[in-house]
Ligand binder design. Sequence first.
Ligand code: NAP
Length: 334
Amino acid sequence: MNENVYDTIIIGSGPAGLTAAIYNVRADLKTIVLAGEQPGGQLTITTAVDNWPGFPLGIGGTKLMMDMQKQVTNLGVEIKNATVSRISNFKLQSANFKIELIDKSELLAKAVILATGAKAKWIGLPNEKEMIGKGVSGCATCDGFFFRDKVVTVVGGGDTACEDAVFLAKFASKVYVVHRREEFRAAAIEQKKVFGNPKIEVLWNSEIKELNPPDPAVAGSPSLDKEGGDKLRAVKIFNNKTNEEKIMPTDGLFVAIGHTPATEFVADLVNRDPEGFVVIGENKDHPMMTSMAGIFAAGDATTINRDFRQAIAAAGDGCKAGLDAESWLGSQSL
Ligand code: NAP
């Protein structure tokens, strides 16, 4: 038997991928998890997780994922730090799919479970990406510590933006939340924490139009520091109700405007919706199967979890995808 042939190759190591792995290895399937660019997934960059049942006082996101990884490896699943560049379908050496990795190595699989989750979205301002690490961040829990006693701005109106604002208020002297509408979409409990925090001010109907706008007269700007002039010092804010623009000094900009599914690498292989979520739920015999027989999907990258995007829902989908892949493999003559 070719050592590189797996019954299931699971792509992604968040709650969806790791739960699928638990079910597959317990079904005696030769299983490997390819951990991807962010091993452990999005929970590794959150703080306390209060909505995972079984932890009366909540649990840290990183701790939860590390324990899940240990559980999976204890059960005998290999977790490989690898990122997939391409999947192609063919029949060779008892396998259906060839998985090409970024390091140019290849693995073969009888079935594949896509559990690649989603990546943070950016606003799309011209110098936004250049400013990452110079004041612009997509991860408050990773970078918040560097903004002690500074002024920071969070963009977005969902759970992430509200959680980020509250987290950042522990370090920063002032936190602005810039939201394009006049109500948040975040859960009521998260909104309450924002409204109750004296360090946080919400700017409704507001959009960020520019980073470091060329206006030298920024009153009270935290401005250029001794480390150089390429750091973020101000943002231009546009009020879409009054059409007013203002320049607001800020040292940090935390972008928390949602996520896009990490599914580009399977664009030619499986059906996706216009936003890139992998379509599942259309095959009545195999509800977790994609448009390609033998490729299953679970978690935030799929159409069925796109409106929920909860870790616990992703884990539930991972369970279903693992069981569905097992049942499909049982029906194949490989
Ligand atoms: P989200 O719920 O999709 O919210 C994104 C926010 O960003 C929305 O308020 C949206 O505005 C705004 N936005 C989107 N595109 C924008 C743009 N180009 N410019 C400015 N603003 C923009 O994303 P999320 O907060 O990351 O949450 C994702 C999912 O994870 C949700 O299901 C959430 O419940 C879940 N989550 C849960 C927890 C928790 O339970 N503890 C924590 C974090 C996240 P509009 O409102 O106007 O559309």
